[in-house]
Design a protein around this ligand. Structure first.
Ligand code: SOE
Length: 381
């Protein structure tokens, strides 16, 4: 590791995330939480006035507020104090072109999911990232929760035996009304195929559910059969998806993701059943993980109790009983990225492999739905 990298904060730029953006603000808080990053530049909106107003509100120096991400990539690469990494928090269709512009300049990338709007675009980007040798973090936020990491470790250690069944659901209700036609920007791009790509709820939250299931179970999906639905009339993309999963090795699973599930806020829930027990995680109660063995009382494992040593202890910031949540999980990914950037060995980041798998999942679901819910193998051309 260079001396420079061990002694200073990572200089971060941001593309997208201007005023009113939920996810841009989440990234900025996550980046700051462990004092490893400083935001120094941004192309925060594609509308110049909005970009500059958003930059001013964040106290960015005016000369480092850009109206165009391509210009930002070139200008920052020329500066001796240019950004080390860029956070991409735009609508989906810009993930690949923006990442590409920065990767070409040797700038590391932190990108929101899904990686792309097609598997082919994702593959082309992945190839270029590998050639340029930059770090790539895909923010599958929910894998940053301590209890999700503990669940993954427990499954890997055999605490529930051989995994047989994986049940994952991601239920939201905020798109139960046609907000995209009522001036809601967040809803508008998510329901515009030109910006979101060919998948609605499937791309927005189905990819999170898919990633979480694979992350905790350690299983690799073989094939799936899926149905997409659109409940809100006139909406061009799905707002609900249900998928049957056949994992390699014989395990079976079910995944559903919905943005019209009335009364559900951010209900991401996972259940993994093995031959000797099961684990349950509910994102809205992220301090808890439930372990149940047949005939035994359920055990609630709580973050930090008992205090865990070594790698397992890393995701914690404050002692048990002082609630941690979504922002800390998000910050964990930034902290992992910082450790990788500083040259620490063995830091696992969700990145290109997960992004490619997510896109393969999306395309397999679209294909299965189109072809009458038939079984489709992942990675089959
Ligand atoms: C909105 O549905 C949304 O913000 C998603 O876009 C995010 O990926 C998810 O983390 C929370 O919900």
């Amino acid at each position: 590791m260079s001396h420079d990298r061990s002694t200073r904060r990572i200089r971060l730029g941001m593309v997208g995330g201007g005023e009113g953006s939920f996810i841009g603000a989440a990234h900025r808080i996550a980046a700051r939480l462990d004092d490893q990053f400083e935001l120094v530049a941004g192309a925060l909106s594609s509308t110049p006035a909005r970009a500059h107003a958003s930059a001013a509100a964040l106290h960015l120096p005016p000369e480092r507020s850009y109206a165009d991400y391509a210009e930002m990539a070139r200008a920052e690469a020329r500066r001796p104090d240019g950004i080390d990494a860029v956070a991409i928090v735009t609508p989906n269709h810009l993930h690949v072109p923006v990442a590409r512009a920065f990767v070409e300049q040797g700038i590391h990338v932190i990108c929101d999911k899904p990686l792309a709007t097609s598997l082919a675009d994702a593959e082309a980007l992945a190839q270029r990232v590998r050639e340029r040798g930059v770090l790539f973090l895909l923010t599958h936020t929910y894998s940053g929760y301590p209890m999700v990491r503990q669940a993954r470790e427990l499954v890997a250690e055999g605490a529930i035996g051989e995994v047989r069944i994986v049940q994952v659901e991601y239920a939201q209700d905020w798109l139960g009304e046609p907000l995209e036609r009522q001036g809601n920007k967040q809803a508008a791009w998510r329901n515009d195929p030109k910006q979101a790509g060919p998948a609605g709820a499937l791309g927005d939250i189905g990819t999170h559910a898919y990633h979480l299931a694979g992350y905790v179970s350690g299983l690799r999906l073989g094939e799936l059969a899926a149905e997409l639905s659109t409940f809100v009339p006139g909406r061009p993309l799905d707002d609900h998806v249900q998928v049957m999963l056949r994992y390699e090795g014989g395990a079976r699973g079910l995944l559903w993701a919905s943005q019209v599930a009335s009364g559900s806020r951010n209900g991401l829930r996972l259940r993994v059943y093995g031959s000797t027990g099961s684990l349950q995680f509910d994102q809205e109660k992220p301090e808890e993980l439930w372990l149940t063995r047949p005939g035994q009382p359920s055990q609630c494992l709580y973050r930090g109790v008992p205090a865990r040593a070594g790698v397992a202890a890393l995701p914690h910031r404050i002692p048990a009983g002082h609630p941690e949540g979504y922002l800390e999980a998000f910050a964990q990914l930034y902290r992992d990225f910082a450790r990788a950037w500083r040259g620490e060995a063995g830091v696992a980041l969700p990145g290109l492999a997960e992004g490619l798998e997510g896109m393969a999942f999306v395309e397999a679901v679209l294909r299965s739905h189109r072809e009458g819910m038939r079984w489709v193998r992942l990675f089959t051309p």
